[in-house]
Design a protein around this ligand. Structure first.
Ligand code: HAM
Length: 423
């Protein structure tokens, strides 16, 4: 036998019932996006590598070590998208979606990062993201957060999720803070590991994100960015807090929340679920007012977020969210019964589009077929054998309820199912 080929580490097949949970999750989130007036944009999975270099920042984990980058047959340098914001801005500029009225867009699908795989962290994962363009005020930041809250409510996970917010201020405010932070961290250079030492002068704010336990106290006492905010960003942040208070949304101000991507300015936020432990952030975002200009457009304000669907799936009750249930399994014994069974199943499907009916294929005795019906998770078995064919009836066996098997006229089957299943 030849060697079997395995999937790539960190890239998973999503099997039933998880595939059903994922689909339901996507549909639930999309329904909320629709309620808030966001429109879908479908973006390519591959982009020119330069797009990510210019937007995410050269000294970020993603650009430094996590991108799937390769040359294609023409020698073009391409990258599998590690996130969606950069592509969304690229498309907005290229397709003329910006500079008119405010745009509210959403996207979803697979994203790729060459990270060390562990629970909640994969090399291929799924996001749904929302991006807005053309709105400068804190109202849109609040709307994005309120929309997330609606999503958690729709998924029945709201009590387990908490919100952290911070403001990174303008680029100039961050420069001033950066100097103060380097000054402070330099006193503790010995406690920094090699990559933190490397970051110290290039991207010191990323050290605040460090999981290094030796740095916990040092980071705790580090100067707070909020004290360095420019007046406009401070006012923006106050405006956001007032809107969140008015909407009854609880939050914690986390002065060390800096995010791992360079394009943010002013508001940043993360939704975290402490029970998920190390990979606890299920959704993250903020403003990125400078990115459109950075990618070659006239300055244009923007804000958005993205959520990791695998992490959210881990919180969902599989039984409630899986839609792998089928309504009826047709047990068909004998050649004639197969023909009649297929016809009955089609009639049922035509009459009620929500009804799921599986017809037994591959023959088998009534006992074998009943076993398959049981395994299929169907609520009912509809039995069609010699007697039923002769009498124009069907047998009904309840696979979930303790109820006697019945025989009913075939002509009554649809109304019978409607009543029993509530279809
Ligand atoms: P991000 O924080 O890099 O932000 O990713 C957003 C979310 O995607 C994370 O909070 C996490 O739930 C999920 N995620 C990220 N990496 C992985 C992974 N390797 N495995 C599983 N889940 C993962 C962004 O991507 C920004 N584009 C968000 C944004 C949109 N900011 C403004 N607009």
């Amino acid at each position: 036998m030849s060697r079997r080929i395995q999937s790539i580490r960190g890239m998973h097949d999503i099997l039933p019932p998880d595939s059903g949970v994922l689909r339901n999750l996507e549909q639930t989130l999309q329904a909320v996006l629709q309620q808030f007036g966001y429109q879908e944009i479908r973006l390519p999975v591959l982009e020119h590598t330069e797009l990510f270099h210019r937007s995410l920042g050269e000294v970020t984990d993603i650009v430094e070590k996590e991108m799937y980058t390769f040359e294609d047959r023409n020698g073009d340098n391409l990258t599998l998208r590690p996130e969606g914001t950069a592509s969304c801005v690229r498309a907005g500029l290229q397709q003329g979606l910006l500079y008119g009225q405010a745009a509210r867009l959403w996207y979803g699908g697979p994203f790729f990062r060459h990270e060390r795989p562990q629970k909640g962290r994969y090399r291929q994962f799924h996001q749904i993201g929302a991006e807005t363009f053309g709105l400068t005020g804190p109202d849109i930041d609040a709307e994005l957060i309120i929309m997330c809250q609606h999503m958690w409510q729709a998924l029945a996970i709201l009590p387990r999720v908490s919100l952290e917010i911070n403001s990174l201020g303008t680029v100039q405010a961050r420069q001033r803070y950066r100097v103060a932070l380097i000054d402070y961290l330099q006193q503790y250079e010995d406690a920094l590991n090699d990559s933190e030492k490397q970051r110290l002068h290039v991207n010191p704010m990323r050290i605040l994100d460090s999981k290094n336990p030796e740095l916990a106290d040092i980071i705790g006492d580090a100067p707070s960015l909020i004290k360095y905010l420019d007046p406009e960003s401070a006012e923006h942040f106050e405006g956001l807090k007032a809107l969140l208070d008015a909407a009854g949304i609880e939050y914690r101000i986390n002065p060390h929340l800096v995010r791992g991507l360079d394009y943010y300015s002013k508001t940043v936020f993360e939704w975290v679920v402490p029970e998920l432990e190390t990979q606890a952030t299920i959704c993250a975002g903020g403003r990125y007012d400078g990115l459109v200009e950075q990618l070659g457009g006239k300055p244009y304000p923007a804000a958005g977020f993205a959520m990791g669907l695998e992490r959210i799936m881990a919180l969902l009750e599989k039984t409630r969210f899986s839609d792998m249930e089928i309504d009826a399994y047709l047990v068909v014994v004998g050649e004639q019964a197969v023909e009649a069974g297929m016809e009955i199943a089609n009639q049922l499907r035509n009459q009620a589009s929500s009804l799921s009916v599986v017809v037994n294929c591959g023959g088998g005795s009534i006992k074998t077929q009943m076993k398959r019906a049981d395994k299929s998770n169907a609520k009912l078995a509809i039995i069609l054998a010699e007697d039923e064919l002769r009498d124009d009836t069907v047998g009904i066996k309840y696979l979930r309820d303790k109820r006697e098997q019945e025989t009913i006229p075939r002509i009554n089957l649809m109304s019978y199912l409607n009543e029993y299943l509530g279809t």
